[in-house]
Design a protein. Structure first.
Length: 70
């Protein structure tokens, strides 16, 4: 089951070998795996998702860039 969170700072992910892409501020769903986290969101008619290493996600939460809902 996905956990609810909010992007409140500059959170980026890399799409393949391309440049970093910024995830827009706002609500996201967080699905945690063993080694990584998938963030998913909806912008009007567009759906997005990004995977990142669990350690990067935990660092961004600790830095206050992502806030988790209880």
């Amino acid at each position: 089951m996905a956990q609810k969170a909010h992007i409140v700072g500059k959170v980026e992910y890399r799409s393949g070998d391309g440049p970093n892409v910024v995830i827009r501020p706002g609500p996201v769903d967080v699905t945690t795996g063993i080694n990584d986290v998938t963030l998913s969101w909806t912008d009007e008619e567009t759906h997005g998702s990004a995977a990142m290493p669990l350690t990067d996600f935990q660092r961004q939460v600790a830095e206050g860039l992502i806030t988790l809902e209880n």
